[in-house]
Design a binder for this molecule. Structure first.
Ligand SMILES: C[S@@+](CC[C@H](N)C(=O)[O-])C[C@H]1O[C@@H](n2cnc3c(N)ncnc32)[C@H](O)[C@@H]1O
Ligand SMILES: [Zn+2]
Length: 308
């Protein structure tokens, strides 16, 4: 068990230098800490609770993980990225008791023992505490304020920096719960438009009902469409505001390749962000025929269903 101490006791000064010492039975680690009052993060109050709270949380999560997946872990035999056998991979660290290995072929880091599909399905469908992270209004509002809104603001700033104007039109393929649709609606603002396509009728209803709570539909910012999004937006020809195409196309389900319709329905200068197999692709339309591709590997998505 680690034991923490520090060289200087608290004094009511604005600034002091301390050495924090961490001892376990074998080693001693020393950290030089500059303690200052009035920083955005109030380290004086933070340090009072930090170490103890942190150790407690880690212990709690580690135990929770062990009890949740007891008896339902399976060994990962192939690297999730390059598919090489994992028999030569080495353990590099543990997070909350989960062992991470590094692939000897592609260096990818992954959990070597992961829960079976059955265990995960049971957990996601039955665990009330987990479900609460999405349905509890108070924590959701905190997440929106601290994570979603700053992200949306950053995206708007970047768009303005690149294009010198606000984004006008976004196609949201695989609208599902309407979460991404609502964020995109926030981004395009009062004068923009988000076209949300969903292929599953029940999900289209669900997403539309969720987004309706925020007046985006009433104000004409969001339109929900029940259709196969791999074919693009079906009524684009009868929409004068889409004469030049979409500023952005976002897909939340993974295809084998970027559908031709998306390339055609994208404005020159516009971008498609879409999962392709287990990567996220960003495709920038540089001219009618030329696209620049940036690939970010290492993701897992639900498949884009195509009606053919
Ligand atoms: C990861 S989920 C939804 C994510 C969603 N953007 C959200 O914020 O909740 C992917 C969605 O894509 C939908 N989907 C799959 N293939 C589709 C297709 N060809 N056209 C439209 N939606 C599709 C699925 O039904 C599913 O709702
Ligand atoms: Zn690998």
């Amino acid at each position: 068990m680690e034991k923490w101490s520090k060289t200087i006791q608290f004094e009511s000064k604005n600034k002091q230098n301390e050495v924090w010492i961490c001892n376990d039975s074998k080693t001693e680690k020393r950290y030089n800490v500059e303690v200052t009052l009035g920083k955005p993060v109030d380290i004086l109050s933070l340090k009072l609770n930090m170490v103890e709270d942190f150790n407690l949380s880690v212990k709690k999560i580690r135990n929770l993980r062990i009890s949740m997946f007891k008896g339902s872990l399976q060994h990962v035999d192939f690297c999730p990225i390059c598919k090489c056998e994992t028999k030569d991979s080495k353990e590099v660290f543990k997070v909350y008791g989960a062992k991470y290995h590094q692939c000897s072929n592609c260096s990818h880091l992954f959990v070597i023992e992961r829960p079976t599909k059955k265990a995960l399905n049971e957990f996601y469908s039955k665990d009330k505490l987990y479900q609460k992270t999405y349905t509890d209004k108070r924590t959701t509002e905190i997440r929106i304020k601290q994570v979603a809104i700053p992200k949306a603001e950053w995206v708007i700033k970047q768009f303005k920096r690149i294009h010198g104007r606000d984004p006008k039109s976004i196609l949201d393929v695989g609208a599902g719960s309407g979460w991404t649709t609502a964020l995109l609606a926030e981004i395009v603002g009062e004068r923009g438009k988000v076209f949300a396509i969903e292929i599953v009728p029940e999900l289209k209803e669900f997403g539309e009902r969720n987004v309706r709570q925020y007046e985006f539909i009433k104000k004409g910012i969001v339109k929900f469409i029940l259709a196969d999004g791999s074919k693009g937006y079906p009524s684009i020809d009868s929409c004068p505001e889409l004469a030049e195409g979409f500023d952005r196309i976002l897909a939340s389900a993974s295809a084998r390749e970027i559908p031709q319709a998306w390339k055609e329905q994208l404005k020159v200068g516009g971008r498609i962000v879409a999962p392709i197999d287990s990567s996220i692709w960003v495709l920038i339309k540089e001219s009618e025929k030329n696209f620049k591709k940036i690939e970010y590997p290492g993701f897992a998505f639900v498949p884009l269903i195509s009606e053919q």
